[in-house]
Write a protein that binds this ligand. Structure first.
Ligand SMILES: NC(=O)C1=CN([C@@H]2O[C@H](COP(=O)(O)OP(=O)(O)OC[C@H]3O[C@@H](n4cnc5c(N)ncnc54)[C@H](OP(=O)(O)O)[C@@H]3O)[C@@H](O)[C@H]2O)C=CC1
Length: 767
């Protein structure tokens, strides 16, 4: 009744804003509220403070208490960490909105663009415990009373978007819907980085920014980033949403949090007998809609006429032209009706954003993942920090329950990156830190992340259990700094390196001149036979090599000889195998330059130390400088003044070559990769269970020695049906690379999930 509502118009407007159930209504009531309170939302710096001051309404105050608590976290530096930063966020999906909230708490000006006008995703997302905690602390329950009530741990995407949109607006984020981002516009004249938008005349097109966060969803890849596609065996997913009228009869019907064929043969056989529908599994969640997601067998889809023609290629198979939409609706309807025992009366499809019946079919074993999470572009001296979050960074393999949880993690990590940027941390360090954290993202599970949800902040150390912010070094992210070729710093860098290589080449020419079959004219082919290296060694230490015994055609032997001497006497490990140098199609120039620079440094020091005999009086210093030389019997024959080590400023080559962690063979610098402090051949880096090749950042390492998977398998019989369903899913979709924390072994995503989660994790149903 009208008389029971608040009398103060701004209170009434606030209530309407809080209760609004569409994106349009939220924005409309927000504008009305701002007008009523005479606050300009563009005044982002003081907007929230003014709002609090002018809306002294008990309902609002309860919300302010929550938001104040979050804002008071030390990471935000009292909202001053990023006051100079202007951030453009692309995408008002859950992840774009979540990162926008964090950026505004850091004090940045945040403009968010979304091409859709409406929030119409009925699909339901499973929430990890921390996401529930996080959303509660942002006031989710005040905006959506039913939020995770009782044992519910899911929410429809559109409800989640509405909650986050409201919070973002209250914190001063400028949200524009119906605007498409079409690319970056490089700085020119007085202008900094801007965005090309559709419509072109949109006011946000004038926004100049120094941070760009892309949360544009799974298929959106901003310029400069590379996506990898991971594809498993075909698994055809169908999602369907039906209107929930919230009647007593509907309330009675129980949710199905996951049932898989291998654990309930009878159910699926009956379904097949009665309807001709053949499924691997089915999930049903009751939310804004009745939401069903199921995996259907291709054969039954063909038989029921849902798929018109059989193709091996999944894209062709599921292309809209090859799908009978009517038949698909019937298929989904019958499956939903059967699995709920006909308990949902008058099943009627909800509408999707296109105003059609909300049913979709897709190949959900195809997953994209960005190779890196960040990038810095510099043009005309203006730097732009770019970061990816959400599906745009890592698309979830939804049956594993990872999507929104990892999406929020990435949003926090991106905010932490922007905080460093705002604090003036050098750009390469910002990138290195962000990429160090990104390596861990695919490994996160509810089990291996910190349980102290209240302590979670944008600081990765509060969430990831084993994070090393310096795991990746600045020199490893040079390629993520994209500076224009005409920029003075680029030119200088290039000149220096060119000049440096020329000097190096001349030095080698001088010290190998006159040797038979040795002609140093480059950093690649000239070194293939091994004679040039042997000649150099002979030049400085003729006693170590008999040049007359060497045969130019015996390249592998020559290389082996030179590598051994250089390693033993100077402590410089080879960067590749003797065979690789002799036979590879393309010798890596950069690696050779680095290797030869090491050798040059070492021999130069020998020469220079000839005049510094005093040094030899200090044996401790000597042993520090020349460990190999002093330890080796050969070295005792060396001229003492020659006992020198390479310069310490080339750490990469200082490390000795290692044995491969997997095969035990020697692994050379050029061919080696490392993870968890272990070195190995790229080809040896495979999952301990399924042998699939792993990638860095996409594995889990288990330190213990026992294989927990066996343990989980053995206790499987004691677990619930849902648990079995999960394990079944993990086995069924055995392709994705993650990792685990239980065995001294490396695991792919699939098997790590099995290990880390065990069969107890519930499945995610959003997609
Ligand atoms: N159908 C489903 O159930 C889906 C579920 N999800 C789940 O949602 C969660 C978070 O996803 P999130 O990473 O936020 O991504 P989302 O896909 O939810 O959001 C990205 C948004 O950005 C919009 N967008 C894309 N390109 C542009 C552009 N050039 N200009 C303006 N807007 C653009 C997208 O519109 P548009 O979609 O029209 O391209 C979309 O609304 C994950 O858990 C994920 O699994 C994500 C996608 C689909």
């Amino acid at each position: 009744m009208a008389s029971q509502g608040p009398v103060n118009p701004s209170h009434a407007m606030f209530d309407l804003f809080v209760q609004a159930q569409t994106c349009k209504d939220v924005k409309h009531h927000f504008t009305q509220l701002c007008r009523q309170l005479e606050i300009d939302p563009k005044d982002f710096g003081s907007f929230y403070a003014k709002l609090k001051e002018r809306l002294n309404y008990w309902k609002a105050k309860a919300l302010w208490t929550k938001l104040d608590k979050r804002a008071s976290h030390e990471d935000y530096q009292q909202g001053k960490a990023c006051t100079k930063n202007k951030c453009l966020v692309l995408g008002a999906g859950p992840c774009g909105l979540r990162v926008a909230i964090e950026l505004s708490l850091l004090g940045a000006q945040v403009v968010l663009l979304e091409k859709r006008e409406t929030f119409s995703r009925n699909n339901v997302l499973h929430l990890w415990p921390y996401t529930i905690y996080d959303l509660r602390e942002l006031g989710a329950k005040k905006f959506y009373g039913k939020f995770c009530s009782g044992s519910l741990d899911h929410i429809s995407i559109r409800q989640l978007q509405l909650v986050l949109l409201k919070v973002a607006l209250l914190l001063g984020v400028e949200v524009h819907t119906g605007v498409e981002f079409q690319g970056l516009i490089e700085p020119s004249g007085e202008n900094g980085w801007m965005a090309k938008l559709q419509p072109r005349s949109h006011p946000a097109a004038a926004f100049q920014f120094d941070v760009f966060i892309s949360a544009g969803g799974g298929r959106f890849v901003p310029d400069g980033f590379k996506h990898k596609e991971l594809r498993g065996r075909l698994a055809i997913g169908i999602t369907a949403n039906f209107i929930n009228r919230h009647t007593a009869a509907e309330t009675q019907v129980e949710e199905i949090s996951g049932v898989a064929r291998i654990y309930n043969q009878k159910f699926f056989q009956e379904l097949l007998n009665e309807t001709g529908i053949d499924l691997e599994n089915i999930v049903y969640y009751k939310d804004d809609t009745h939401y069903f997601v199921m995996t259907a067998k291709k054969k039954s889809l063909l038989k029921k006429g849902v798929i018109k023609q059989d193709y091996n290629d999944a894209e062709q198979l599921l292309a809209p032209a090859n799908v009978d939409y009517e038949a698909l609706c019937n298929y989904a309807y019958d499956a939903a009706d059967f699995s709920t025992g006909g308990g949902l009366p008058d099943l009627q499809f909800a509408q999707n954003h296109a105003g059609r019946r909300d049913v979709a079919m897709f190949d959900f074993t195809c997953m994209h993942r960005a190779e890196n999470a960040s990038l810095v572009k510099e043009r005309r001296g203006k730097k732009l920090l770019i970061g990816l979050v959400g599906d745009c960074l890592v698309e979830p393999f939804w049956p594993l329950g990872t999507g929104i949880a990892r999406g929020f993690f990435a949003a926090f990590d991106a905010a932490w990156m922007v905080r460093s940027w705002g604090n003036g941390v050098p750009h390469l360090k910002v990138l290195a830190e962000r990429e160090s954290v990104y390596q861990l993202l695919s490994q996160t599970t509810p089990e291996n992340t910190s349980k102290k949800y209240a302590a979670y902040s944008i600081d990765p150390r509060t969430r990831y259990q084993r994070v090393n912010l310096s795991a990746i070094q600045t020199h490893q992210v040079q390629h993520l700094y994209d500076v224009e070729k005409t920029h003075p710093s680029f030119k200088k860098q290039k000149e220096n390196s060119a000049g440096g290589s020329e000097e190096l080449l001349k030095w080698y020419q001088k010290h190998t001149a006159g040797y038979k079959n040795v002609n140093v004219k480059d950093f690649t082919q000239s070194w293939r036979s091994g004679l040039a290296l042997c000649a150099l060694i002979h030049h400085f230490r003729p006693d170590l090599i008999d040049m007359s015994s060497l045969d130019e055609s015996n390249c592998v032997h020559n290389n082996q000889l030179a590598f051994s001497i250089l390693e033993k006497e100077l402590g410089i490990p080879p960067v590749m195998s003797p065979n690789s140098l002799a036979n590879t199609d393309q010798i890596d120039k950069l690696s050779m330059v680095l290797y030869l620079t090491q050798i040059q440094s070492a021999f130069c020091m020998i020469l220079s130390f000839k005049n510094h005999h005093a040094l030899l009086l200090n044996p401790i210093l000597l042993s520090d400088l020349f460990p190999q030389t002093l330890a080796s019997p050969v070295s005792s024959e060396l001229d003492p003044v020659a006992e020198v080590a390479p310069e310490p400023d080339t750490p990469a080559l200082m490390a000795n070559s290692e044995e491969c962690y997997f095969c035990g063979e020697r692994v050379y610098l050029l061919e080696r990769i490392s993870a968890e402090g272990k070195f190995f051949h790229r080809t040896c880096f495979t999952c301990a269970r399924c042998n699939i090749t792993l990638r860095l950042g996409g594995y889990t390492f288990d330190q213990d020695t026992g294989d927990l998977l066996n343990l989980y398998m053995s206790i499987l019989g004691l677990r619930s049906l849902v648990s079995k369903f999960q394990l079944f899913l993990f086995c069924f979709f055995n392709i994705f690379f993650v990792s685990d924390f239980s065995t001294g072994k490396f695991y792919c995503e699939l098997h790590s999930e099995e290990l880390a989660n065990g069969p107890a994790t519930s499945c995610e149903v959003g997609h």
